[in-house]
Design a binder for this molecule. Structure first.
Ligand code: NDP
Length: 291
């Protein structure tokens, strides 16, 4: 079996095209554009690329973006002051603080300080709590991207066994929440999956990964998931983005696993593209929620 390649690039382009009309409607009805403020601290090259891509996507769909830079020497208080200013600014609907922040800055305090209404990354404890209770304002970008890929390829999730390797606050945990949710929030499908979450203390990882109907890798280790860890016919979603000497690779050994999976996301060109598209969706939602 050779897997269907789940083309994240195309799906992201479709979503951005859909947003062009929705954003134009918003502007026409409200006389103002949804606006995203991106905060970049220091000069981390990967962060520069991520922020550039996000601002490019804003431009593509008609969202206004502002870039606010602070030097790497900035303190937690400097950043708190900037966030407070953006919280009060009625022309700013979404605030994105690009992670990771330089050592010495208390990231949790910064993320907690962002207004939950403007929290387009869905990191604020209030929004995480709402997600857990099936009543989110917005959906977390990368997990929502995973659902969009499955949804648009008509891969059923309901009743399936979804195994997620990784339990981070950004990917694994919120994805587990979305996968097990009972309702269908904000236009995504009601997932109703049975979810197993694995992490670095999980013994016999392979026993779990081989039990998956849908396997999601969010580990941060290049090509960690090998063919022998995957049951034939599994749908494999690779969230990993690892910079190696050979270029960017995922957490899944793509060349091996594509031979036995029924469907697989590539890296690059998979989930990463969706993350940015879902950030655009959240910025529009945030603007609508603040009317
Ligand atoms: P984290 O480092 O925060 O989390 C990694 C998770 O993997 C942890 O829960 C860790 O377990 C688990 N893990 C590590 N080693 C093993 C192992 N040997 N066996 C089982 N579990 C293991 O990473 P993120 O969740 O932030 O990111 C994961 C990957 O996804 C990275 O490559 C990142 O670049 C990428 N990413 C991609 C995005 C996209 O847009 N496509 C967005 C965000 C991230 P433990 O908790 O026990 O330490």
């Amino acid at each position: 079996m050779t897997a269907t390649i789940l083309d994240g690039k195309k799906i992201a382009a479709d979503i951005l095209n859909e947003l062009v009309d929705e954003v134009a409607d918003f502007i026409q009805n409200n006389g103002t554009a949804p606006t995203l403020a991106a905060v970049l601290v220091g000069e981390d090259p990967a962060s520069e690329v991520y922020v550039r891509n996000k601002r490019k996507a804003c431009e593509q769909v008609g969202i206004d973006s502002r870039l606010l830079r602070l030097p790497a020497t900035a303190s937690t208080d400097d950043l708190l002051e900037l966030v407070a200013k953006l919280n009060k600014d009625h022309e700013v609907h979404g605030i994105l603080v690009q992670l990771p922040l330089p050592d010495g800055i208390d990231s949790k305090r910064i993320l907690d300080a962002i207004s939950p209404w403007k929290d387009v990354d869905v990191f604020h404890p209030e929004n995480v709590g709402r997600l857990c209770q099936d009543r989110p304002r917005m959906l977390p970008c990368t997990p929502h991207g995973v659902l969009q890929i499955l949804d648009r390829y008509r891969i059923p999730v309901q009743g399936k066994h979804v195994v997620i390797v990784g339990r981070s606050d950004i990917v694994g945990k919120p994805l587990a929440m979305l996968m097990m949710q009972r309702h269908s929030p904000l236009g995504s499908q009601a997932a109703n999956a049975t979810v197993t979450v694995c992490h670095s203390h999980t013994p016999d990882l392979m026993v779990h990964t081989r039990g998956a109907d849908i396997l999601v890798a969010a580990i941060g280790k290049p090509k960690y998931i090998t063919a022998q860890m995957v049951k034939p016919g599994t749908v494999v979603v690779d969230v990993g983005i690892n910079r190696t000497e050979a270029g960017i690779v995922g957490d899944v050994d793509f060349d091996q696993v594509r031979e036995i999976a029924s469907a697989i996301t590539p890296v690059p060109g998979g989930v990463g593209r969706l993350t940015v598209a879902m950030l655009m969706r959240n910025t529009l939602l945030a603007a609508q929620n603040q009317l």
